[in-house]
Structure formats: structure tokens, C-alpha cells
Design a protein. Structure first.
Length: 368
């Protein structure tokens, strides 16, 4: 009972802090335009009872909401490699309750109750100028509540003044100019609340992705300058157990051409596939484990027959045939958008051409 009361007190403190944070924000408009017909929302106060209907109610950002300028208590973070989501760019932030710390436990980063992870998905109008005009499509929150993690998707209105909770998900047409100067049109799908668990699944419980120690053990630019993220969290008093960069695992950026082909390919598979294809994931029965540190060729799929691929096999025999990428089921499924074939199963409606090229090169250079 004593532990339970302590937990409730911590949650109450976190809720009170967010309420105070909201009270300092500029007054928000009373009407928010939804993704379809205009939706009128009643005035909303930061009561501490989540989820709120409006993203703005949380008080995560200062000034104009679409600038995504974090409040003082909000920490930017960035995994070394990013999950492909139809070429969307992402900005990520974390809120940890006052007086609470994350704790490093091996490769895991245990985040305290009351933590909120904030991930924004957006598209530049022109990818040749990624810092220019942009359109934010959605913001996903993962909130560590008393009974575990909960996921809440928020869809931005067309005027980019706010985002509205949409537990049923949404569909948005997105237009942009790609790096080659070509106009692209994507039918972007915002997952519903239940679909979030399809990927954010660890031992049948909802869990964050991209915040393990290996994902954050590298430097990014903060307001004060460039610093290792784990070191930065420790300096802020938000992390326990950091022993220096060399003492903890780290992942490379799969887009970094200076890294080895094997490290880049494994980083890509780790961030895009291992949320399911790991011992604790929903695809554990497949026997295909695609985590960064996996060394067993069979568990990586080399000359491994699938357990139940069905039409997803493309009439191929093995997940990976060394030296023959186009005869490998792994690449076949990455290179498809067909339902029942495409992998990952959700989170994309287009083929990641650069990712496919990376894995093709990796398989083709394997020794047979």
C-alpha cells in the first residue's frame, strides 16, 4: 500500500506540474479544425486527467504550436537510426516528472511513471530544403500511466494551429517535392490507438520504441550545443546509471556512409524490424530475430525457411540467400506494398527505396 501511495503521489505531482506549465502558455483558440469537417471543441483545462482532446493543452511547446519549440522541462531526443514512415521526418521530445529519473538497466532505459514521449511527423514542402516550409501531419504521445504505457494519436488541422486526439486514426493526402525535384503524393495513414500496439509490443504489453540505450548513446545538438544524449540526461539529473559512452552499446545511423555496410544494414533492420522480430516481440514465433547485436546467421534468416510466410514468400525458399538478394524473402517483403506481403505490416504505404538498396547490397555481399 505504501508503494502504491508513493506512485500516486508522483503521478499527482507530474499532473500538477503540467497544469502549471499550461497556465503559463498563451491563450489558445477555442475552435480546432479537424481533418474532416470542422470540429468544435469545448474549452479545455489541463486537469492532469489524460488524454486531453487538444495537443496544446499539455503545454509541451512555447509560442506558436507549429514551431515545436520545447518548454524548459521538455527534452529533445533522437535515435541514431529512424524508422521509415513514408519518408516523414520526425522530431521527438520527452517529459520526465520533476524529481524522477530514467534508469539504465543493461540495454534498456527504464522510464519512470509519468513520462511522456512526444513524436511529431511532418513533411517539408521540398525535401531539398528540409528547414523550409513544412506541414505537420500528426503527433503521437506515449504516456507512462499508473497501469502501464498508453498511446494517443493527435492529428493536426490544416491551419497548423493545433492537433486533435483521433483514437480511430486518420487518412491524409500528402504532397511534397523529393530530393530529385519530383512531386510526390502519399496517402498517409495515421494509425488508430489499437494499431499502435502492433509495433509497440513487448511481452504483450505496450512499450516505447527507439529509446533503448543503444539508440540514444550518441551526440545531438541541444540549445547549449552538441552532447551525447545519455550524458545530457545525466547532467540534467534525469538519468541514473550512465557510465560514459564506451560503457554502453550504441547503434550507428544507417544513412552514414562512413560506417561499415554490415553495421548500417543491422542498424536498419534493428529500428525497422526488431520491434516485432525479437524474442519479446509479436513475431517471436517466426524465429527471425533482427536486433542489432544478433550474430547467429540462422536467426538473421540465412538459409532459414519461414515458419508461415504464405504468399509473402514470393515463392522463394529462404529468408536470406547469401549473394542472392532477389531470391531472398526478406528483400521481397521490404520491396512490396501488397497487403499480406509487405513488411513492416503497418506504418508505410510506400517502398523505402534507399532501405531496399541498402539491404540488397548487404545480402549480395554476403559470402555464400
Amino acid at each position: 500500500m505504501e508503494g502504491s501511495c508513493s506512485n500516486l503521489s508522483k503521478w499527482a505531482i507530474a499532473s500538477l506540474f503540467l497544469s502549471l506549465l499550461w497556465s503559463c502558455q498563451p491563450e489558445q483558440k477555442e475552435e480546432v479544425q479537424a481533418t474532416g469537417p470542422e470540429e468544435i471543441l469545448a474549452p479545455e483545462e489541463a486537469s492532469g486527467k489524460f488524454p486531453y482532446r487538444r495537443l496544446s493543452t499539455y503545454g509541451f511547446f512555447e509560442g506558436e504550436l507549429d514551431q515545436l519549440s520545447p518548454s524548459e522541462s521538455i527534452i529533445p531526443y533522437q535515435p541514431a537510426s529512424s524508422l521509415f514512415t513514408d519518408y516523414a521526418l520526425k522530431s521527438r521530445f520527452a517529459y520526465l516528472p520533476e524529481g524522477e529519473k530514467a534508469v539504465i538497466d543493461g540495454e534498456e532505459l527504464n522510464l519512470p511513471q509519468g513520462t511522456i514521449l512526444i513524436k511529431n511527423f511532418y513533411y517539408p514542402s521540398d525535401f531539398r530544403n528540409p528547414e523550409g516550409e513544412r506541414r505537420i501531419i500528426e503527433t503521437r504521445l506515449m504516456i507512462h500511466e499508473e497501469d502501464g504505457w498508453q498511446a494517443y494519436p493527435y492529428v493536426w488541422n490544416d491551419s497548423q494551429t493545433d492537433a486533435v486526439l483521433k483514437v480511430v486514426g486518420a487518412e491524409k493526402e500528402v504532397r511534397f517535392i523529393n530530393q530529385a525535384g519530383e512531386e510526390q503524393v502519399i496517402n498517409y495513414l495515421v494509425p488508430n490507438k489499437n494499431q499502435c500496439k502492433s509495433c509497440h509490443n513487448k511481452d504483450e504489453s505496450l512499450a516505447p520504441l527507439g529509446v533503448q540505450t543503444r539508440h540514444l548513446n550518441h551526440a545531438i545538438t541541444f540549445a547549449e550545443g552538441s552532447e551525447n544524449q545519455l550524458a545530457h540526461w545525466a547532467k540534467l539529473g534525469k538519468l541514473e546509471g550512465f557510465l560514459g559512452k564506451a560503457a554502453h552499446p550504441s547503434l550507428v545511423n544507417y544513412e552514414d556512409q562512413s560506417q561499415t555496410l554490415n553495421d548500417r544494414a543491422m542498424a536498419y533492420l534493428d529500428i525497422n524490424c526488431s520491434h516485432c522480430h525479437r524474442a519479446e516481440g509479436p513475431a517471436s514465433t517466426s524465429g527471425l530475430f533482427l536486433t542489432y547485436g544478433q550474430k547467429d546467421p540462422l536467426k538473421l534468416g540465412v538459409f532459414k525457411t519461414p515458419v508461415a510466410a504464405g504468399k509473402g514468400s514470393g515463392k522463394h525458399t529462404y529468408d536470406i540467400v547469401p549473394g542472392q538478394a532477389d531470391a531472398s524473402i526478406l528483400l521481397h517483403r521490404m520491396n512490396s506494398t501488397e497487403m499480406g506481403v509487405a513488411m513492416p505490416e503497418i506504418g508505410r504505404t510506400s517502398i523505402h527505396a534507399e532501405g531496399v538498396a541498402l539491404i540488397r547490397e548487404w545480402i549480395n555481399q554476403m559470402n555464400q
